[in-house]
Design a protein around this ligand. Sequence first.
Ligand code: GLN
Length: 211
Amino acid sequence: MTSPVTVGVLALQGAFAAHLAILRGLGVAACEVKTNEQLASVDALVIPGGESTTMSMLLVKGDMLDPLRQRVADGMPVFGTCAGMILCSERIEDGRADQHCLSALPIVSRRNGYGRQIDSFEAELDVTGLDEPFHGVFIRAPVVESVGEEVTVLAAVDGQPVLCSYGPVTVASFHPELSGDPRLHRRWLIDAGLLPEGLAKASDETAEVTP
Ligand code: GLN
């Protein structure tokens, strides 16, 4: 299936391969983004889970922080997951002093906010607009401490947001790419106007994903 858009996955560090598989399963052209040239060539960007401090450092090292900030400010659709959500935030609590964020949406994230004892867990999430629950895999996940008024909370755990959208920007404090379930990627692409709904539904049934 051909696609008129190309979705990049920031591939400096972390869990980027499973995102590429999910996107390709949806019939979308997807590629790794490791350089400013690659960033300039994509229409949208997934920022994966991993380690937000390391990703921040590598963005600075590769002179990519400002170009990425500019693309985000220009309205590029972004899907930030776990560490990617931290990077997308307006402010980070318990981050490193030299850690940068992109202000892609008005939320405050607390790194490793679910604490050490339960720093990894799984939960069935009721997501607004989905018929069936989504299996959420949380790995040293950040807590969304606060959201701006314009942010839509699509799912919560114990009253705390875990999936939020803000125009073409969606963030998840878990790893949606690890559940073999393309529904949240599909929804983000539709929300961002990058995937016609009918095409996405058809490809959803045939998507094969290896986490
Ligand atoms: N705790 C990590 C961070 O601070 C995020 C963990 C993850 O992405 N699974 O970046």
